[in-house]
Design a protein around this ligand. Structure first.
Ligand code: C2E
Ligand code: CA
Ligand code: CA
Ligand code: CA
Length: 283
């Protein structure tokens, strides 16, 4: 060990301790988040690129802590997963999203689909299909207007369990999307073998299209390949994280069906999205 090593190790330990402490604190606080009404949903429009219609809306979870302010889902979702809180919270998200979508459908004649992110931990629990069924019954939302976003990791778990859950969901009439597509290391065979209706190309690839630094050829080749496979298997393709007119132009020319991103709209609270639907209504 070098002489500076001890200092280095100590500084490293201190940083690690601080991070651990914060995780412990957030884990404790997140336990109360649902009961204390600190959780809300925001909704990001997803547009059909040909018709311009808001064909889908993605429900995204937000945690506003009275002291820490907004905590990113990238931080609290893993915490919720390891503490088990993802179960009640995931159920709440599902119910809220379905109730909200049913309201937009009834009151504003919106014909679109609401998409809900499902953690692999939540998906792997035995009662998951029944939870989805309950949310549909409670809300009165038609099953085909609900789409669940699963990551490649979630569908690469125990194959028998995954097959059973996906078939159960399909029997209900619920659609399945593979989220963050292209970022995992999984085989593509599952696209053919499992009842999947849609793939969502990860934002990182959309970002690379117009980036002079990172190889755009790779992103272009990958997106072209994904669209090609999707066409063959009759899957929809959503491009996520469209931020510029150039990126929109590109994903349109590659043949993606839907676009989502700041170029169209940021995630909006329910009232703002309602306004957007209201304005879109013919008089
Ligand atoms: P995701 O499912 O990939 O969601 C897309 C993320 O990209 C969202 O971040 C969204 O706000 C952001 N985004 C959308 N368009 C753009 C864009 O044009 N540019 C950029 N830079 N970002 C864009 P958010 O809301 O912070 O969520 C982060 C992740 O947290 C989500 O990634 C998802 O994995 C997870 N998450 C969010 N809500 C839930 C939930 O209810 N349940 C579960 N299990 N996970 C959730
Ligand atoms: Ca998602
Ligand atoms: Ca995504
Ligand atoms: Ca993503």
């Amino acid at each position: 060990i070098k002489r500076t090593g001890r200092n280095g190790v100590r500084r490293f330990d201190a940083a690690l301790d601080a991070e651990l402490e914060r995780t412990v604190l957030l884990t404790r606080e997140f336990q109360f988040a649902l009961a204390r009404e600190q959780l809300t949903l925001v909704f990001q429009p997803i547009y059909h690129l040909e018709t311009g219609e808001m064909g889908k809306v993605e429900a995204l979870l937000r945690w506003t802590h009275p002291e820490f302010g907004m905590v990113s889902p990238a931080v609290f979702i893993p915490i919720a997963e390891s503490s088990g809180q993802i179960m009640p919270v995931g159920r709440w998200v599902l119910e809220r999203a379905c109730v909200q979508a049913r309201c937009w459908r009834e009151d504003y004649g919106w014909a679109g689909t609401v998409t809900v992110n499902v953690s692999s931990v939540q998906f792997a629990q035995p009662g998951f299909v029944d939870e989805v069924k309950a949310a549909l019954l409670l809300s009165g939302l038609p099953a085909h207007k609900l789409e669940l976003e699963l990551t490649e990791g979630a569908v690469m778990q125990d194959p028998a369990l995954v097959q059973a859950a996906l078939r159960g969901l399909r029997r209900l009439g619920v659609e399945i999307t593979i989220d963050d597509f292209g970022t995992g290391y999984s085989s593509l065979a599952y696209l053919r073998d499992l009842p999947i209706g849609c793939v969502k190309i990860d934002r990182s690839f959309i970002e690379d299209i117009a980036s002079p630094r990172r190889a755009p050829q790779y992103a272009v080749a990958l997106i072209t390949a994904i669209v090609g496979i999707a066409r063959t298997l009759d899957l929809q393709v959503v491009a996520e994280g469209v931020e510029t007119a150039g990126q929109l132009e590109a994903v349109r020319s590659f043949g993606c069906d839907f676009g989502q991103g700041y170029y169209f709209a940021r995630p909006l609270d329910a009232a703002s999205l309602t306004e957007l639907l209201d304005r879109g209504q013919p008089e």
